[in-house]
Design a protein around this ligand. Structure first.
Ligand SMILES: [Zn+2]
Length: 550
């Protein structure tokens, strides 16, 4: 006789399906939703989970989430004053941490202030503390760092009496005529760029750490933008190998859509008779993989950031006579994007300033026009930080998906207002309701570790739109609680062509769920961000918070 694997009862289950938005029970078979409501109680089930009246939503899908990078940051040691109030204590913490790491692993951390702990630690002290493992510890200001001897060797600083010189930076030499291990300003960047690729074992550890934390936030899927990138967001050229290995070792705890960075792709001769293409070898492209790990859109950065005043604007910055910059020659980038489009890729262009967004829209329009595809490619504009009414209209018309970050408004919003002025920030920044009104399917995302990842914080900010200082920022672009939840579930699945397998709780779709501590649909808008995730269910299995469920 057919048996359900599990049945979840006594819940307030928000399915995300407009035809049947609520159910009190849900049964699972083979990792998928088998039935809802009374139907779910018909089949005998191997396990019964009592939801005790709690609200359940489809598992959150963060559409822009740097999983490995976040894991790496989380795994880095906190060496702030509270954690390491003296130099001796700092070395003890490093030693304790190093002992649990593989022999060749980097020991990374940051937050020390030499003024408070009695001076800078040295290269030799790190050598001893970490048992020869490479150590790289950044200062609280992030403007300097101290390396161990083996770390310096790894990045090519082998002649300690004559360390390399660079403009805007310094590798300090001590009284004994040898490098002390202290790297200042640009010397730090010089070091960072040579740190990669990280060992695969380190990347797997980062993925495991990042995905475990994600589960505690109710996140069951992420799209990870920029794997294989050499510019800071990727870990190394074999990123996908590390993801696959992590998955095989059952250490990749959320579903991942890995988005290769542009530099990981290349021209492919004779892609088709008479024409060349662009992409990965074998014609591997967006959509390949399975429901746990797949290849998503190819990502490219077309401009910088607002806070860094490097996002490309149509007018100068408010506090600076400059309009930012595009990172590529538009003709060249447009041609590459068209080749990728023609070779079957979904595209994801990072564009933040309104000028960059205009260029991105035009690139995507040309690509679609030069080679119409039968199925809408759903090309994406990552962030889409500033959009004019005209850009909103064109984005809707072309079926492009903007991928904005609600959390940016709180954590970075005061900075947006400083660099753009109140009027422009209010009118153009991170538009959401306008896109919905224009018929665009909006995803939910965080860009963590740039800001906090917790989807309830993101949802709070999509609804409330206040900066950390409490300034309103485009209140007219606020969305409803239901629209924000749809974004973080169905919308993100849609943005990766996956809405047929997840994003709603309907028979046949993956049984991925987040169990909440309160009902967000009945909560005060200001309190949305305080709603906890009590448990997370992936493929019908309670993978976080089992102890809080009956
Ligand atoms: Zn990002």
């Amino acid at each position: 006789m057919v048996k359900a694997d599990a049945v979840f009862v006594n819940g307030k289950i928000w399915t995300g399906d407009p035809a049947r938005p609520w159910a009190h029970a849900l049964s699972v078979a083979f990792g998928r939703v088998a039935a809802l409501g009374d139907d779910a109680l018909q089949l005998p089930a191997a396990q019964t989970v009592d939801l005790s009246g709690r609200t359940v939503v489809p598992g959150f899908y963060d559409a822009h989430h740097h999983l490995a990078l976040r894991g790496q940051r989380l795994a880095a040691l906190d060496l702030g004053f509270h954690a390491a109030p003296s130099r001796e204590r700092l070395l003890e913490v490093i030693a304790g941490h190093a002992r649990i790491l593989p022999e060749d692993s980097w020991v990374r951390g940051g937050g020390f202030d030499q003024n408070k702990i009695g001076g800078f630690p040295t290269r030799e002290e790190f050598d001893t503390a970490a048992g020869g493992r490479p150590v790289w510890i950044t200062h609280v200001s992030e403007h300097m760092a101290v390396a161990s001897t083996s770390a310096m060797h790894r990045v090519g600083v082998t002649d300690l009496a004559n360390p390399p010189t660079m403009t805007g930076g310094l590798i300090e030499v001590g009284e004994d005529g040898l490098a002390t291990g202290l790297f200042l300003e640009n010397a730090k960047k010089w070091f960072d760029s040579r740190l990669k690729p990280y060992p695969v074992s380190d990347i797997i550890t980062s993925l495991e750490t990042g995905s475990r934390i994600a589960l505690t936030e109710g996140i069951t899927s992420v799209a990870d933008p920029g794997i294989g990138a050499t510019n800071g967001i990727g870990m190394g050229p074999a990123d996908l190998h590390a993801y696959q290995r992590a998955r095989e070792q059952q250490r990749l705890h959320v579903r991942v859509t890995a988005m290769p960075y542009l530099t990981a792709t290349h021209g492919i001769e004779h892609f088709e008779p008479g024409s060349d293409g662009w992409g990965l070898d074998l014609g591997l492209r967006s959509g390949f993989g399975d429901e746990h790990l797949s290849i998503g859109a190819v990502k490219v950065l077309s401009d910088g950031s607002l806070i860094g005043r490097s996002a490309a604007l149509t007018c100068d910055y408010h506090d600076h006579a400059d309009d930012g910059m595009l990172l590529f020659d538009p003709e060249e980038l447009g041609a590459t994007l068209s080749s990728l489009h023609r070779s079957g890729w979904q595209l994801a262009v990072h564009a933040i300033g309104d000028r960059a967004v205009e260029h991105a829209v035009e690139h995507l329009r040309r690509a679609q026009q030069s080679h119409p595809r039968r199925v809408l490619p759903r090309h994406r504009i990552e962030h889409c930080g500033m959009a004019s009414d005209e850009s909103v209209r064109r984005i809707a018309e072309l079926g492009i998906i903007p991928v904005p970050q609600g959390r940016f408004l709180t954590e970075l919003g005061d900075g947006f207002i400083d660099v753009l002025g109140t009027e422009r920030a209010d009118r153009l920044v991170y538009r959401m309701k306008s896109f919905l009104d224009a018929g665009v399917e909006l995803p939910g995302s965080s860009d963590t570790p740039v800001v906090e990842a917790h989807p309830m914080k993101g949802i709070h900010d999509m609804v409330n739109r206040r900066t950390a200082d409490g300034q309103p920022i485009g209140l007219h672009e606020g969305v409803t609680v239901e629209q924000a939840f749809r974004a973080y579930t169905y919308g993100s699945a849609y943005a990766s062509h996956q809405e047929h397998i997840k994003g709603r709780l309907m028979p046949g779709l993956l049984a991925d769920m987040a169990v909440l501590g309160a009902n967000p649909f009945a909560a005060k808008p200001a309190e949305l961000g305080d709603i906890a995730v009590r448990a997370t269910v992936l493929g019908g299995e309670v993978v976080f918070g089992a102890e809080s469920l009956g």
